[in-house]
Design a protein. Structure first.
Length: 252
């Protein structure tokens, strides 16, 4: 066994001793009430010699490299070349997208809305981001037209339809004209009969609210009404199948 393999095995044992089962997920990452455990994951990442974000992406994720794939696509689309000075992320969790975003650009302010307090504190301490208070599905602490890049990754597939919609209104509100809004949703593009069969048979059990479908036309029409134009879209890995990443620019 390689050194990396031994590290991953040791990390898995640490999590199991703490009472958590580590699965190289052919099941999705839990349901709307689940969080990746903080302390066991930190210990396991250290044992594997990886950053927390890379550990989750490479060891716990169903598709290793999925996070970097999304970031690479956004780079190709010029999202980071716009040099966003203020970034806001909804539900950063362990910070795996946050960490890679900071490697792509150097915003003077990075706000997060994260409900898992241990992870929020970790991100503040590690990356110097600003943790805003979470109140329902709002971004109340952020002023109108104040953010250059608003993003949410692997968030809206776990929310109810109305919860996601409420966030959409808020994302458009806080984004400045010319700024971008990036998020992924489970659109009809991701739900061909073959994909539906995979989710139904291999997507795990006990979390029937995940993944939550969202029609792409619903998103495009709503954001158009809110002064935002769809610039690009692409599929990214999610669990046993895929999700669609949408990139909007606020024009008014």
């Amino acid at each position: 066994m390689t050194a990396a393999g031994r590290a991953k095995t040791g990390a898995k044992r640490l999590l199991e001793r703490a009472g958590f089962q580590l699965v190289r997920s052919t099941t999705p990452q839990g349901g709307v009430d689940d969080f990746i455990p903080f302390e066991p994951t930190m210990r396991a990442a250290r044992a594997a010699g990886l950053s927390v974000g890379d550990y989750i992406d490479e060891v716990m994720n169903a598709t290793p490299g999925a996070t970097q794939y999304t970031v690479d696509e956004l780079r190709t689309l010029g999202v980071f070349a716009a040099v966003p000075d203020t970034v806001l992320e909804i539900g950063p969790g362990s910070g795996r997208y946050l960490e890679k975003t900071l490697k792509e650009c150097s915003p003077s302010r990075y706000e997060i809305y994260e409900t898992a307090e241990p992870w929020a504190n970790y991100l503040v301490d590690t990356f110097g981001v600003v943790a805003q208070p979470v109140t329902g599905f709002s971004l109340d602490a952020t002023p109108d037209d104040s953010v250059d890049l608003v993003q949410a990754h692997k968030v809206f597939n776990t929310l109810t339809f109305l919860g996601a919609c409420r966030y959409f209104f808020e994302m458009a509100r806080v984004t400045r004209p010319g700024g971008r809004i990036v998020f992924d949703v489970m659109t009809e593009t991701c739900l061909a009969p073959e994909a539906m069969q995979i989710w139904a048979t291999k997507g795990g059990s006990g979390h029937d609210s995940f993944p939550a479908a969202m029609p792409r036309r619903t998103c495009v029409d709503l954001f158009a009404k809110l002064g935002c134009t769809l610039e690009a879209h692409f599929l990214a890995p999610l669990g046993v199948a895929s999700t669609e990443v949408l990139v909007f620019r606020k024009t008014t």
